[in-house]
Design a protein around this ligand. Structure first.
Ligand SMILES: [Zn+2]
Ligand SMILES: [Zn+2]
Length: 758
């Protein structure tokens, strides 16, 4: 056998970002003969000649910038006679190994072409290249080649074809390649004979109209964000009284005119993922964004123009007014339903909402919302909603959490996302929302079918929440029966803490603080203020919690803050009576809760931050926004803790009584809101400290939606660190229930581990 022939099989995120042209150029430069081919089990390279091995080593050490190689196998083969190096057409095969790429925001080179009047793609709304453009949202099957995408209906013109075929062109094998001659075209409804679709949309927006825009993963609803009447009209038509709207503008420089943009936030805005970044509102904005965009909220969610369609629309607006536009850009959907991706559904589900529809003829293969990340003034960003730009990229699992058997984790009930896992990787779905409705469940099943096909993962077990009434649990029960697979049930807050441990590869022991709105507890009540001891990853115990509140319908996702406040105050006053007893857990399923979210609701109602909520998380975020960060006062004393109880208790009633007393005495609500945060943080840190000492633990994990509150999180982190604890929290997956499926995968990995000797 001749030594200078090699075959390499490469897996990972390598299709659709100029990998093959990169390999081609390298082979040419080194005089290597052979070929490269995409297959559904990876990229295959045949290399011959005296530099063949050097060529492969160089490729492994310095792959193209966006590539992520997860496996690179080289075998020696007999050298065959062949001339030159070629890129061969793809061959369909069995098995999977190639990751589907997320959609990538329009790159600088393409932006330059779109804005250059001499370029043939000037003003063209579907310009893309190997470094940018749609991926996930157009792919139907693997391998990633044009006939397997929704571009299959567009026949390339000779000029596009020659770019596509030319290995030296930056559009070589760019599957969605298109131009004004051969590619997708824009249209508006109602039709406009006088204006182009972009002109018609821009003009409507400037007149305060609402325009539906077909984006990458579905339709968006847009209006002028500086026109409060337009914003309020959109709120009325969408039946969305107060939930914040996301904004879009052209650049980080424009964003800085109405928000504070940290270096990390700027990098996120400009990244290929281009998520919505939650940014602190500027105190003296140069662009007057309407208050109604995000009422009672100290932040605005902003993303930059991430498709060429957005780029040309904003360029048109700038030409018409002479200034940079800021538009509301919110997903087109009915409350709690998935994003709409078809024109027919838009008119059926949102009749009369848009005044104008700006659409096009490139079908959407996979629906996908915009991702959301949270940026503070410093520190790493937090994932709030993981979707466009991130999905379907897998999230690695720490070494302790690699699964031996492939699993499907169905996720939680709210902010649902599922995960398919194999070995050290969890393929977390994009944000699904709810599966409690037929339309939500069908979205779940659609996304699941695609993920199963692409990843080749055939689950051997299904993981679900322990909640008996979760629609996601019922879905898991059906799937487990239909497929004859075992069902593993995992407690909600344990899944939250494991999601942190799996992300940071922590083997335990660790103390987990899981603070959120609702989750079904092991004792049948609704948990949400939990201190969990995870001895090793497979053994956990509830060692502390927020004292119970008696509350009917404690499991509802959206509670009425005023009602929660009344229940709390009633209980607090009754406890002052000599014969009163603290509520205990036994036999009162769904009628009591240890939820930190509910505690925030109550305080928001008492301080006036928010008395009636229309969406989950509204009251807590209004309270955080109200709090004066310069206020250092608090009501903490050791009386807030009952350390002799088992589990130990953090007592909420004295905190509530302090809030009520100060509010009645006319203390500034911003100061009262801050003192509440300070008190809860100090009490949590103190209880965590005691429990860490008691159980000889130094690592603390924070998870659950309540820790999206930056004030609470930063105070708890700082407090624990000052006492020498190592503190971790979620970054790649959401802290909220969007990360539950990932934690469920970790739990399945733990369930495979033999129980340690007791
Ligand atoms: Zn590009
Ligand atoms: Zn063309």
């Amino acid at each position: 056998m001749s030594a200078n022939g090699y075959r390499a099989v490469i897996k990972g995120q390598i299709q659709g970002l100029g990998f093959r042209p990169h390999v081609y150029r390298l082979a040419k430069a080194l005089g290597v003969r052979g070929f490269i081919r995409n297959s559904s089990s990876g990229v295959i390279i045949s290399a011959q000649g005296k530099n063949a091995r050097r060529f492969l080593d160089q490729l492994r050490q310095a792959p193209p910038p966006l590539a992520v190689i997860t496996s690179f196998r080289i075998t020696s083969v007999r050298a065959r006679s062949c001339k030159g190096f070629s890129i061969k057409p793809s061959r369909a095969g069995i098995g999977a190994g190639v990751d589907v790429l997320p959609d990538l925001a329009t790159c600088r080179d393409c932006r330059r072409e779109i804005e250059d009047p001499r370029n043939r793609r000037y003003g063209y709304a579907f310009t893309n290249c190997t470094q940018c453009g749609p991926r996930y949202t157009i792919i139907e099957h693997l391998p990633y080649d044009r006939p397997n995408t929704t571009m299959t209906g567009f026949l390339m013109c000779p000029q596009c074809r020659s770019e596509y075929m030319d290995p030296t062109d930056r559009r070589h094998h760019a599957q969605p390649i298109a131009c004004p001659v051969c590619g997708p075209k824009l249209a508006v409804a109602p039709a406009n004979a006088r204006l182009s679709p972009i002109e018609a949309a821009a003009e409507a927006l400037l007149r305060g109209k609402i325009v539906a825009i077909k984006s990458l993963g579905g339709y968006q609803l847009a209006c002028d964000a500086t026109n409060s009447r337009a914003v309020e009209r959109l709120r009325r038509r969408k039946h969305r009284p107060s939930k914040p709207f996301a904004l879009m503008c052209e650049s980080a420089a424009v964003t800085r005119k109405f928000c504070l943009v940290s270096p990390a936030a700027r990098a996120a805005l400009l990244s290929a993922a281009a998520p919505i970044v939650l940014l602190p509102k500027s105190l003296r904005p140069a662009i007057p964004v309407a208050e109604s965009v995000a009422p009672r909220n100290s932040r605005l969610g902003v993303m930059l123009t991430y498709t060429p369609l957005h780029v040309v629309l904003f360029a048109r607006l700038r030409r018409l007014t002479g200034k940079a536009a800021v538009l509301v850009m919110t997903s087109a959907n009915r409350k709690d339903d998935p994003i709409i991706a078809e024109a027919r559904r838009l008119s059926e589900e949102l009749p009369g909402v848009p005044d104008l529809v700006l659409t096009h003829d490139r079908p959407i293969a996979n629906r996908c919302d915009d991702s959301v990340v949270l940026a503070g003034t410093a520190g790493p960003l937090l994932m709030v909603r993981r979707a466009r730009g991130s999905a379907p990229q897998p999230v690695p699992l720490g070494r302790m959490f690699h699964v031996k058997h492939q699993v499907l984790a169905v996720g939680g009930e709210f902010k649902n996302a599922f995960a398919l896992a194999s070995g050290g990787r969890a393929f977390l779905s994009p944000h699904i929302g709810t599966v409690a409705t037929a339309i939500g469940e069908s979205f779940w099943r659609e996304a699941f079918a695609r993920y199963a096909e692409w990843t080749g993962i055939e689950p051997e077990a299904i993981v679900a929440d322990v909640h008996p009434d979760y629609a996601s649990t019922r879905l898991a029960e059906h799937l487990s029966r239909d497929l004859g697979l075992p069902l593993i049930r995992v407690q909600h807050h344990y899944a939250h803490i494991l999601s942190v441990m799996a992300e940071h590869d922590l083997s335990g022991p660790a103390l987990g603080l899981a603070f959120d709105g609702t989750g079904y507890g092991a004792d049948g009540s609704i948990w949400g203020g939990e201190f969990l001891l995870v001895r090793d990853v497979a053994n956990w115990q509830r060692v502390g919690h927020l004292g119970y509140l008696n509350l009917a319908n404690a499991g509802d996702e959206l509670a009425d803050p005023a009602r929660v406040a009344r229940a709390y105050l009633e209980q607090a006053r009754a406890l002052g009576m000599p014969s009163a007893k603290r509520p205990a857990a036994a036999g009162q399923a769904l009628l009591q809760t240890s939820s930190v979210g509910r505690l925030f609701d109550a305080v928001a109602a008492i301080t006036g931050a928010c008395r009636a909520a229309t969406f989950d998380g509204e009251a807590p975020s209004a309270l955080e926004s109200l709090a004066d960060p310069s206020e250092n006062g608090h009501w903490f004393s050791d009386d807030l803790l009952d350390l002799s109880a088992s589990p130990a208790l953090l007592l909420p009633e004295p905190i509530l009584l302090n809030v009520a007393r100060e509010t009645a005495a006319g203390v500034d609500p911003a100061a009262a809101a801050a003192r509440f945060h300070n008190t809860l943080s100090k009490a949590s840190v103190r209880l965590a400290d005691v429990l860490c000492d008691r159980h000889s633990v130094t690592t603390v994990c924070l998870s659950g939606g309540s820790f999206q509150n930056s004030l609470l999180r930063s105070q708890v982190v700082a407090g624990l660190r000052s006492h020498g604890r190592r503190v971790h929290w979620n970054q790649a997956v959401p802290l909220n229930d969007g990360g539950i499926a990932y934690g469920q995968v970790a739990a399945a990995a733990c369930a495979e581990r033999p129980a340690p000797d007791s």
